[in-house]
Design a binder for this molecule. Structure first.
Ligand SMILES: [Ca+2]
Ligand SMILES: [Ca+2]
Length: 668
């Protein structure tokens, strides 16, 4: 190609008859390495001078389609080079700035609350929630029928107590098949349908997982007692005779934790009922089986597990006697768990490794966005709070999202990122309305919903259900049969839906599995719905408020005051002027003087009271009145944060500040 041909195609840019000898002579050779002098030498017929001297090319402008070699000559000119270099560095700098902004945003953003942190967890005892086939016992279809009730309460996570196939010696905590549903509760299809319905309604399902033991009806146990491999060591067996048991260990339900088996002619261990033999977690096959069962339900789509009675999982292999609490007590009289120090049967070394293994399994299913699989552990460690705290994840090892907090008020300090948890009732403990008093139930619900942790509500607490009286001869609970005073039947009575027969729980003409509380004609969902002053509506209002108010769902909790009548705490959020002071009256009518507490404003406005006529009132901090059993949520506005001057009284799970101008949260 010659410049002459080019000039014909673009006479506007190139003078007629001017030849580009340099182009013709250089062919495909790159010009970029040549100096200006070389260009001049190589192009005797031209005199292009990049230093600015006049030349025959002066009026030639670069244009699209001009060959690379010629363009390169122009490209060295400052007027082309400078903008190009400026653009180049602009791109580099902008990329680096964007990268830095991204890293900063990621580093400064607080973690979003996961589903198990953003709403109360609601516990359903399936025998007692709703009976769909009128046999007097609640079932899975019944639960499915009542999901709208949970949506109404703004609840997003449901823990359902066990519904595995079971001979029901301990109402489902004695599992005959970990992969099947008990016919009393329905079929596997009913379960699948329930799970689909729950997910459709934005509800998550937490299942009970019961690792410590199976039912003695389980095929593993039947094979184990016949020494059929690989099941021989699936349970904890020890040599013994009918008269001489292996050691002094006692069951949680009372009496020895050893039972002689005439088939195998050995004793097996059971930390609970003799129909609940302990699995041998020192056998890797057992650990593998239990992990497979977790996978089975995760594959089905369940959202998490409540790990039952975890401190009992391992025992010391040496099987030595445990020390007596009262050394002078005759050993043959020791028959309850409170009479021994459980050095060899509770919280043994290796327990947390097992739990962390299960957590790792859950985490492999948590990788998809929005599919976080949750784990809560149940361990009654009584006053040993350090043992409870061990179940929390650490920076180095992931374990439970939280252990159940059976202490309620003992919120330990200094565990960054750990989520607190509160509950006041479950299937094992008397209902609050009965143990504390029904006049306090709304205040207790307010406390649950305004403390910082994830509240867990046992079914019926949202309407203030009370313990039902069960005649001693009608006791169903195996624990109650051993000790009637410890029976758990009273807190397991059927849910009170309406004032219809059987409280709308069941259409069975011959009654329900446990009696309905006689107060069902007034204490029921239907009667309370729409009544602003009812326990139900107050629960719902606070559940919605907890979600909408940042100070309540992720802010600071500061202890302010307590006396025999009231418990007072403050909720505030860095970056927000609006804060809340909560007074829970668990005593008599009282007037609380908070003027000695620094950092509080002079006046508060009542945002919510469980005594409706107090709604909207204004109180002076020197005299805040509360009625017996009143829960009072006061709001105020202040630029000053209370926690900065009361650090030792304040707690936060994971600190984050709100920036009003940009409406964003950041770590601070
Ligand atoms: Ca039923
Ligand atoms: Ca065990």
């Amino acid at each position: 190609m010659s410049l002459t041909r080019v000039s014909r195609s673009d006479s506007l840019e190139l003078h007629e008859g001017v030849d580009n000898a340099a182009f013709q002579e250089d062919g495909g050779r790159a010009d970029s390495e040549k100096t200006d002098g070389q260009v001049a030498a190589d192009c005797p017929s031209s005199s292009l001078n990049l230093d600015g001297a006049e030349s025959s090319y002066t009026q030639i402008k670069p244009y699209a389609g001009m060959s690379k070699e010629v363009l390169l000559l122009y490209s060295r000119q400052a007027r082309y080079r400078l903008p190009r270099e400026i653009l180049f560095w602009l791109v580099i700098v902008s990329t680096l700035v964007l990268l830095a902004v991204n890293i900063t945003v990621i580093a400064l953003s607080p973690r979003c609350l996961s589903w198990w942190q953003s709403s109360p967890v609601y516990q359903i005892y399936p025998r007692s929630f709703k009976d769909s086939n009128n046999d007097g016992i609640g079932d899975l279809k019944g639960i499915q029928d009542k999901l709208d009730h949970l949506n109404y309460l703004n609840i997003k996570a449901i823990w359902i107590s066990p519904f595995y196939k079971s001979p029901m010696r301990d109402f489902g905590y004695d599992v005959e098949d970990f992969r099947d549903i008990d016919p009393i509760f329905g079929t596997m299809k009913d379960f699948d349908d329930l799970l689909v319905s729950m997910h459709d309604k934005g509800l998550r399902l937490i299942m009970d997982f019961i690792p410590n033991h199976s039912s003695d009806n389980h095929v593993w146990f039947q094979n184990s007692r016949r020494r059929e491999e690989p099941y021989t060591d699936y349970y904890v067996w020890a040599n013994c005779t009918r008269d001489k048991l292996p050691n002094n260990w006692v069951s949680v339900f009372g009496n020895s934790s050893w039972t002689y088996d005439s088939v195998r002619e050995q004793c097996y261990l059971h930390q609970f009922l003799k129909e609940q033999p302990d699995l041998n977690f020192r056998n890797p096959d057992v650990r593998r089986e239990m992990t497979d069962i977790i996978r089975f339900w995760l594959d089905k789509g369940v959202d998490g597990f409540r790990m039952d009675a975890v401190k009992h999982i391992l025992e010391a292999p040496h099987l030595r006697d445990e020390p007596q609490v009262n050394a002078s007590q005759p050993p043959e009289q020791v028959n309850t768990e409170f009479e021994l120090h459980h050095d060899y049967t509770y919280t043994q070394v290796g327990l947390h490794d097992i739990l962390r293994g299960w957590r790792a399994e859950l985490d492999t299913y948590s990788r998809e966005p929005g599919r976080y699989r949750f784990m809560v552990t149940e361990s009654y460690d009584y006053e040993e709070i350090d043992k409870t705290m061990m179940y929390y994840s650490t920076d180095f090892a992931r374990e439970s999202d939280f252990p159940f907090n059976f202490y309620l008020m003992d919120l330990p300090q200094g565990l960054s990122g750990a989520r607190a948890q509160e509950l006041v009732g479950n299937h094992d403990k008397p209902r609050m309305s009965s143990s504390v008093g029904k006049e306090y139930i709304s205040a207790i619900n307010m406390m649950m919903l305004t403390l910082p942790g994830t509240p867990t509500t046992y079914y019926g607490e949202e309407i203030g259900m009370e313990n039902v009286h069960i005649h001693i001869e009608d006791i169903q609970d195996p624990f109650g049969k051993f000790d009637p005073n410890a029976s758990r039947d009273p807190q397991r009575s059927p849910m009170q839906w309406s004032s219809e027969p059987n409280a709308g729980f069941s259409g069975n003409g011959t009654g329900t599995w446990l009696p309905i509380h006689p107060n069902y004609t007034t204490v029921n969902v239907e009667a309370q719905k729409g009544n602003d002053s009812s326990v139900l509506e107050q629960y719902r209002r606070l559940s919605l408020l907890r979600e909408s108010e940042m100070a309540l769902h992720r802010g600071w909790m500061c202890f302010v005051w307590s006396d025999v009548d009231v418990f007072v705490y403050l909720r505030e959020q860095d970056g927000l002027d609006r804060a809340f002071l909560v007074l829970i009256n668990l005593g008599r009518n009282a007037t609380t003087d908070l003027s000695s507490i620094s950092g509080l404003p002079e006046h508060f406005r009542v945002h919510t009271s469980t005594v409706p006529k107090n709604q909207g009132r204004s109180y002076d901090r020197a005299a805040v009145p509360t009625k017996k059993g009143e829960g009072l949520l006061l709001e105020f506005s202040s630029n000053q944060r209370f926690h900065t001057s009361h650090a030792s009284s304040c707690y936060i799970s994971e600190r984050a500040c709100y920036l009003n101008v940009l409406d964003i949260m950041y770590k601070c």
